[in-house]
Design a binder for this molecule. Structure first.
Ligand SMILES: [Zn+2]
Length: 283
């Protein structure tokens, strides 16, 4: 350190000394020479040195840009974390997460595809009116695929919370929580009533017990009153759903269907069962 000289005069408590053995570097923006320095605090020189940083406009701008990028990255990470959280809350298992508009077999049902895509892209407009969709048609025409594609699109592109599942799955979870008198029962019920979009897959497939039908009516009616949309898939006609859900002489099924008709646009889907046709082609 013999070649080191004090470049700051006076008896400052805190100052820097240059290391003359290390060649200076130039600021890439203004060309100023930047020296390797050691801090000296109260006369004691630190053994850890560093190159001076320039404070010209070029460096300031770079710092602003780096700060902007850093914030952008944080936001991107936060968005990914939010999407991940929304996906796990949605109950869309891996099987349904992979069903998107991109991999729907468009030629199966171009009209239903257009309706579903438009619904997802303009969800705010439809949600404001509490308007949903009912995909009807026989087994294997892609109803569930389109409903899952809407759910995935809303979560990934719009960060909209969605809950997806069959009646027996969604209400089964609620029933178990009730039976265990778990605190989660209220939370699950509230979520089914208030989530931005509730997707009920395969309505009519469940075993219609009195409890289940009453609960389903409670949820649908709550959503109806608060303008919160539902998307439904079913193999049955609305009449069949009504008959099936009118259990033990109650008219809950009629009430559910009448609400759904007011809330939803019906999207009939026709066509060959593509799973069957795949199997046939394979033979
Ligand atoms: Zn500079």
């Amino acid at each position: 350190m013999t070649n080191m000289r004090n470049f700051m005069n006076g008896d400052d408590f805190f100052r820097f000394v240059r290391d003359e053995n290390k060649p200076p570097v130039r600021c890439e923006y203004c060309g100023r020479l930047l020296y390797y320095v050691y801090p000296v605090v109260g006369g004691r020189q630190s053994s850890a040195g560093f190159y001076e940083t320039c404070d010209c406009e070029g460096v300031k701008q770079r710092e602003v840009e780096e700060e902007r990028k850093y914030i952008e990255e944080l936001q991107q990470k936060a968005k990914l974390a939010r999407v991940e959280k929304l996906l796990s809350q949605s109950n869309l298992g891996r099987r349904f997460r992979e069903r998107t508009f991109e991999n729907f077999r468009f030629e199966l049902n171009p009209e239903a595809y257009r309706v579903a895509l438009d619904y997802a892209q303009n969800f705010e407009v439809y949600a404001h009116k509490g308007q949903g969709l009912i995909f009807t048609g026989s087994f294997g025409v892609g109803k569930t695929h389109l409903a899952a594609a809407i759910a995935n699109y809303l979560i990934i592109h719009k960060s909209v919370p969605v809950v997806f599942g069959s009646v027996s799955f969604l209400l089964g979870e609620l029933k178990r929580a009730y039976e265990l008198e778990a605190i989660s029962a209220d939370r699950i019920e509230k979520q089914l009533c208030t989530v931005d979009l509730l997707v009920i897959d395969d309505l009519g497939k469940e075993k219609p017990t009195e409890w289940l039908v009453e609960k389903l009516y409670f949820i649908i009616n709550n959503r109806y009153e608060d303008y919160r949309p539902v998307v439904i898939t079913t193999n049955l006609t609305l009449d069949e759903i009504e008959q099936r859900l009118n259990v033990a002489g109650s008219l809950a099924g009629s009430a559910i269907v009448s609400r759904l008709v007011e809330m939803c646009r019906i999207v009939p889907m026709h066509g060959q069962d593509f799973r069957l046709s795949l199997r046939k082609n394979a033979c």
